[in-house]
Design a protein around this ligand. Structure first.
Ligand SMILES: [Zn+2]
Ligand SMILES: [Zn+2]
Length: 68
């Protein structure tokens, strides 16, 4: 159980929110929370954007051994 306290517009105050049972297969990443005060469902947009790597380091094959 992971409760979060968020501001609820309906309750006009901070209420503990809880994760509803997710039917969409989001699991622990479900962005939906229910206000325990009034039952309003809210979506929290906390998707982690992964930065696009434009400068991906290319692997160079190592120069190999020095023939000594
Ligand atoms: Zn969900
Ligand atoms: Zn509420």
């Amino acid at each position: 159980m992971s409760d979060r306290e968020l501001y609820c517009d309906t309750c006009e105050g901070v209420q503990p929110f809880e994760m509803p049972p997710c039917a969409d297969g989001h699991g622990a990443d479900c962005p939906e929370l229910l206000c325990t005060g009034c039952g309003t469902a809210v979506l929290i947009a906390t998707f982690a954007f992964q930065p696009t790597r434009l400068t991906d380091r290319r692997r160079r094959p190592s120069a190999g051994r020095h023939a000594a």
